[in-house]
Write a protein that binds this ligand. Structure first.
Ligand code: GLA
Length: 636
């Protein structure tokens, strides 16, 4: 069935947004804590893998479809490859029972939920999934109403009853619903959408005609500055607290779905296990590029426990169907490299053995599930061609050469891009073709249109005695990234949206995050540079920032620091401070624009958390970047 997205009146809804007063963008807390503040609660030490009903069935979901997919996941061997979650998306609910506030499952589509006593429960279904060795996921909305109710209004699985009975979202029921879904019904995972806090202005047609109650939108999807970020964050924090309360064993996974809005990349890593970085993916190549780009330059914001989510896989459909294995492999490879959740969004009953083999490529899955938890870092970045490098726990690298275009490309891959020595042999193992390539210095590779070549790579490391922190993004967390002026990211490919066709004005730059901390790049995508000296390795971040670094047994931290040449600090100066488990280890004097790089060094033996603080002498003025050049953890 087709969701009635065409009458999704975004433009009229957003034009009449009645938002709370603008709020100050971001508070930057530079005080060292000696702690790792990225989220550790819940189960997401590795990116979650599984299946979700949405891309395959949209709102037309039922028990048979879910269980058929679950059976195929087990029988095809995908479960043993790591696909564990079977997640029900929008469309499962009938209504909220007003007498006791409990949610009621639609038993005409989920018959096993009908209990003898007349009530409903998903427990029989989650029990069956658990017996199969799988985990079960459910879906809700942080507002009173869901995306399917609003943008898919009229679909046969929309909730029924009075206006109040149709308020199926978490708003006002967070504790009760989370308790029901996890303690009583036995779910392991929840995706919490946000349409109910985005659309329902008093003038929205479905509000004006009495279908839904107005809820002053907290999110303005077109303007982060008109979004009430603390209120959005507060609601999601309430969910996190309820999950914690009702899952004393910590067996839950919390997925935030507010499509890159509300500056989510800045705070969600402290609140949940994964967060959508963009609007919905669609089965088009250009839309996949959009979703990929929304996560690709956020490498420092993801780490074990909390991951960027560029949305579910669309392998099996449209540009990624059985006739497009090259595109399907590229989509899969890039999601693996970015440590994206690998959520199959395909009607698996239609999958060919070749398609199952793509989803089941154990070597590519192993990159995604590598225990190091380091998202790939861009070593080469243009609109046509990108090279991504991912450090593996073994110390090897994974390298993906990604042809974004419809033309063949001859690409050069250099040892230096992998931070390997130029004069030693590099060995590459192709993870799709299986063959080996050996080279010294650089090699030339041929890419077909839209092809991704992905290799496991070994060579002699440039840094024999340690690691650049930019090689270890999973161990670096921008606890305060210094971004005070929220701007939308201009580097994201503007793919056609899934619902709007070519109505409206096209895809505008979105998703606050421009100017965020980066590995091997300035926050604005420039080469790291201090007083004319360029750094191929290092961290780029705004002044007034604090980076937390997990030290995995190294004894020394060293860097060359200064104001980055891409900024305009004016007369402002910066002091660079290094803390170990909360205590000051060393700091520079005040550094100004144009100063040559200052060497900074500290002994970190026995220290668990190193903090890198770049403190400006004055607040205010435009954000400006600093560079932690060649910052590395070293053995003596
Ligand atoms: C939003 C989400 C999708 C899906 C639908 C359900 O659009 O982004 O992933 O959950 O809602 O209605």
């Amino acid at each position: 069935m087709t969701i009635a997205r065409s009458h999704r009146p975004f433009w009229s809804a957003l034009a009449s947004l009645a938002l709370a007063a603008p709020v100050p963008a971001v508070a930057n807390d530079l005080a060292p804590t000696g702690e790792w503040s990225a989220n550790q609660a819940g189960q997401a030490n590795l990116p979650p893998m599984g299946w979700n009903s949405w891309n395959a069935f949209h709102i037309d979901i039922d028990e048979e479809k879910v269980m058929a997919s679950a059976r195929i996941i087990v029988e095809s061997g995908l479960a043993s490859k790591g696909y564990r979650f079977v997640n029900i998306d929008d469309g499962w609910w009938l209504k909220r029972n007003l007498a006791d506030g409990r949610m009621v499952v639609r038993t005409s589509t989920f018959p096993s939920a009908a209990l003898q006593n007349g009530s409903t429960s998903f427990r029989p279904l989650t029990d069956r999934l658990h017996i199969m060795g799988l985990k079960a996921g459910i879906y809700s909305d942080i507002g009173r109403n869901s995306c399917g109710q609003i943008y898919g209004y009229g679909a046969k699985t929309n909730p029924e009853g009075t206006q109040a009975e149709r308020e199926v979202g978490l708003y006002g029921h967070i504790d009760q619903d989370i308790s029901l879904y996890f303690k009583e019904w036995g779910f392991d995972y929840i995706k919490v959408d946000g349409c109910g806090i985005r659309a329902l202005t008093p003038s929205y047609p479905l509000v004006a005609n009495g279908t839904y109650r107005a809820l002053t939108p907290l999110i303005d999807f077109d303007s982060t500055n008109r979004t009430n970020i603390p209120a959005v964050r507060g609601l999601y924090e309430e969910v996190a607290e309820a999950l914690h309360r009702h899952n004393p064993d910590g067996q839950y996974t919390f997925s935030l779905c507010i499509w890159g809005s509300a500056n989510v990349r800045n705070w969600a890593p402290k609140v949940g296990n994964l967060w959508r970085t963009s609007e919905d993916i669609s089965p088009r190549w250009d839309r996949m590029l959009h979703n990929l780009d929304s996560s690709a330059r956020r490498e420092l914001y993801a780490q074990p426990g909390s991951w960027n989510d560029p949305d579910m896989l669309f392998i099996g459909t449209g540009d990624f169907d059985a006739d497009h294995p090259v595109e399907a492999r590229s989509h899969f490879t890039m999601w693996a490299m970015l440590n994206a959740p690998l959520m199959i969004g395909f009607e698996l009953r239609k999958a060919t053995p070749e398609q199952l083999a793509i989803l089941g490529n154990g070597d590519v899955i192993a990159l995604n599930q590598d225990p190091g938890g380091h998202q790939a870092v861009l070593a080469y970045d243009t609109d046509a061609m990108q090279i991504y490098i991912k450090t593996l726990a073994s110390g090897e690298k994974a390298v993906a050469l990604f042809n974004r275009t419809n033309d063949p490309i001859r690409a050069n891959l250099t040892a230096a891009q992998m931070k390997f020595m130029n004069d030693h042999e590099v060995k590459l193992t192709d993870l799709w073709a299986g063959n080996e390539v050996r080279f010294t210095g650089e090699t030339e590779l041929e890419l077909a249109p839209r092809q991704t070549l992905v290799f496991r790579a070994s060579g002699k490391r440039q840094l024999a005695q340690g690691m650049y922190l930019s090689e270890l993004p999973g161990n670096v967390f921008p606890a305060a990234d210094g971004v005070t002026s929220l701007q939308h990211d201009p580097l994201i490919h503007r793919g056609m949206g899934p619902w709007t066709g070519t109505r409206g004005g096209g895809e505008r730059p979105r998703y606050a995050g421009w100017g965020g901390a980066r590995a091997d790049s300035s926050p604005w995508g420039e080469i790291l540079s201090i007083s004319g000296r360029k750094f191929a390795s290092g961290l780029g971040v705004m002044a007034n920032s604090r980076l937390e670094v997990r030290n995995i047994g190294f004894s020394r931290l060293a860097a060359e620091v200064g104001l980055d040449d891409s900024g305009s600090a004016g007369a402002r100066r910066v002091r660079f401070e290094v803390y170990g488990d909360g205590k000051l280890l060393t700091r520079t004097g005040w550094v100004k624009a144009g100063d040559t790089p200052h060497a900074i060094e500290a002994s970190v033996t026995g220290i668990k958390i190193v903090e890198l603080v770049a403190r400006a002498d004055k607040d205010g003025g435009p954000d400006f970047p600093v560079t932690w050049g060649e910052v590395a953890l070293l053995d003596e």
